[in-house]
Write a protein that binds this ligand. Structure first.
Ligand code: ATP
Length: 206
C-alpha cells in the first residue's frame, strides 16, 4: 500500500514519518529527493542548469553549488518565481518517487509480501496534483501559531518570513478535505504517537 503523508510547513510531517518508520513503514522523503536533485554533482541531470539560468549565478555559494537559503529567500518573496521553480522540480520529483514505488513493489513481489506499507512524505502532494500516486492520504495538522513557533525555533526567520512560507502552501484545512486520516499534532508527542499507532493498525488491516 502506498500512503501519502502531507501537511503544512513545520506541521510535523518528519516527526510523524519517523514514528511510522519505527512501526515498520518504508519512507520515501520528497524533500530529500529535492535536495539531492538541486545538487548538480549528485543529480547528473539538467535541473541545476535550469535553476541557475532562471535565478542567476547569485544563488551559488563558493563551492559552486546552489545555496538553498538564497534560493528560498528569492522564491518565497515572489510567488511567480516559486511557481517556476516548482514547474522545474515537481515532474522530476514525481518521476523519482514513481521509480522508488516500482522498486518497492518489485522487491515485495520477490519476497511474496503483499503487506508492505510505503509512506511518501511530501509537503506538496495536494498542490502538485500527485494524489493519484497514493492509495491513502494522511494530513498532519497543526495550528498556524504552532507552525510559526516551530518554524522560528529551528531557523532565523522573522515572523513575517515564516508567515510568507506558510502562505505559499495550500492551507492545511484545504488539504484535510483530501485526507483519509488527519493527525492532530498540536499537543504532546505522546498524543501524536497514539494517533499514529491507531492509523498504522488500520493500514495494516486493509
Ligand atoms: P517541514 O515542512 O519543514 O519539512 P515538518 O512538517 O516535517 O517540517 P517537523 O520537522 O516534523 O515538521 O517538525 C517541525 C519542528 O517542530 C521540529 O523541530 C519538531 O521537533 C517540532 N515538533 C514537531 N511536533 C511537535 C510537537 N507535537 N510538539 C512540539 N514540537 C514539535
Amino acid at each position: 500500500m502506498v500512503v501519502g503523508l502531507t501537511g503544512g510547513i513545520a506541521s510535523g510531517k518528519n516527526t510523524v514519518a519517523v514514528m511510522f518508520n519505527d512501526l515498520g513503514a518504508k519512507i520515501i522523503d520528497a524533500d530529500k529527493i529535492a535536495n539531492d536533485l538541486i545538487n548538480a554533482e549528485i543529480s547528473g541531470n539538467n535541473i541545476f542548469t535550469k535553476i541557475v539560468s532562471l535565478f542567476g549565478k547569485g544563488i551559488l555559494n563558493n563551492s559552486g553549488t546552489i545555496d538553498k537559503k538564497s534560493l528560498a529567500d528569492i522564491v518565497f518573496k515572489d510567488r511567480k518565481k516559486l511557481e517556476c521553480l516548482n514547474r522545474i522540480m515537481h515532474p522530476e520529483i514525481i518521476r523519482i518517487i514513481k521509480d522508488k514505488i516500482a522498486s518497492f513493489r518489485h522487491s515485495a513481489g520477490v519476497r511474496n509480501d503483499s503487506k508492505g506499507v510505503v509512506i511518501i512524505n511530501a509537503p506538496l502532494i495536494v498542490e502538485a496534483e500527485a494524489i493519484s500516486l497514493v492509495d491513502k492520504l494522511i494530513v498532519v495538522s497543526a495550528s498556524i501559531e504552532n507552525q510559526i513557533a516551530r518554524l522560528r525555533a529551528r531557523s532565523s526567520l522573522t515572523k513575517s518570513e515564516a508567515c510568507r512560507r506558510i502562505d505559499a502552501q495550500l492551507p492545511i484545512k484545504e488539504k484535510e478535505k483530501f485526507a483519509d486520516f488527519v493527525i492532530n499534532n498540536n499537543n504532546e508527542l505522546e498524543e501524536t504517537e497514539k494517533q499514529v499507532k491507531k492509523i498504522w493498525k488500520e493500514l495494516c488491516n486493509e
